[in-house]
Design a protein around this ligand. Structure first.
Ligand code: G3P
Ligand code: MG
Length: 232
């Protein structure tokens, strides 16, 4: 079962920082999930629209120049990272789920991603792109047909797997609150990987494993690694 550090190993290190991503890998995660905003010509990693919760800055992420964003403390002296920096530090066999929170231009965003992959050598097949905004995801898939798409939802979709088929998804990313065994089986039969967020309790990890779920997003990769078999 895949163990993906949600915003990195975010229970033990400041979320969405290089420290949290490195720690997740040290804790034997399979990979990580992170959240991104497009600002000027860069892709920056942060979860909230507002800087206030996770940094010493104030105001909206998109209303500041990059120079200001990079001057902030994102916790324990960490800076807000660029996505390209993550491509550089991740091992080539790690899984990387990039969840888009804000996009201003699909073409320049994709150009930046391709540049980062080419420079770092991180393999595109280990990258999964997801977003709650399925319009952006559709546009990305149209411009880059080989890319792995994660069909992300916080609700139990009315049309079953229809939205995942429409997005030509590689994986289904579903909230722990709404996922059930029937949906997991249906999705896996349809050839989708099923990844569930956010799973921090051992009882939930074991239940999802019994259901045949392919992976979890967790803030505590160390606990997940203890609970799930070492080789998985
Ligand atoms: O991508 C899965 C999960 O991260 C979605 O919710 O709010 O933690 O980004 P959120
Ligand atoms: Mg996320």
């Amino acid at each position: 079962m895949w163990i993906l550090g949600h915003r990195g190993a975010s229970a033990a290190a400041p979320e969405n920082t290089l420290a949290a991503f490195s720690l997740a890998m040290t804790q034997q995660a399979t990979g990580i999930e992170l959240d991104v905003y497009q600002v000027e010509d860069e892709i920056v990693i942060i979860h909230d629209r507002w800087l206030n919760r996770t940094t010493n800055g104030k105001g909206m992420v998109t209303s500041h120049p990059l120079s200001y964003l990079r001057s902030l403390d994102a916790g324990n002296g960490e800076v807000i990272p660029y996505l390209a920096e993550v491509f550089e530090i991740l091992p080539a066999d790690a899984v990387l789920n990039v969840e888009i929170k804000h996009l201003s231009n699909v073409d320049s965003w994709l150009e930046k991603i391709r540049q980062g992959l080419a420079q770092s050598g991180f393999p595109a097949e280990n990258l999964i792109i997801s977003s709650f905004n399925h319009r952006w995801i559709r546009q990305i898939k149209a411009a880059w047909p080989q890319v792995h798409i994660g069909a992300l939802t916080a609700t139990y979709p009315e049309n079953g797997l229809g939205f995942a088929h429409d997005l030509d998804a590689f994986s289904l990313h579903m909230a722990l609150d709404v996922v059930d065994e029937f949906y997991v089986k249906e999705a896996r039969q349809a050839g989708l990987k099923v990844l569930v967020y956010t799973v921090d309790y051992p009882e939930d990890m074991l239940m999802l494993k019994a259901w045949g779920v392919d992976g979890i997003f967790t803030n505590v990769p160390d606990i997940a690694r203890q609970v799930l078999s070492p080789g998985e």
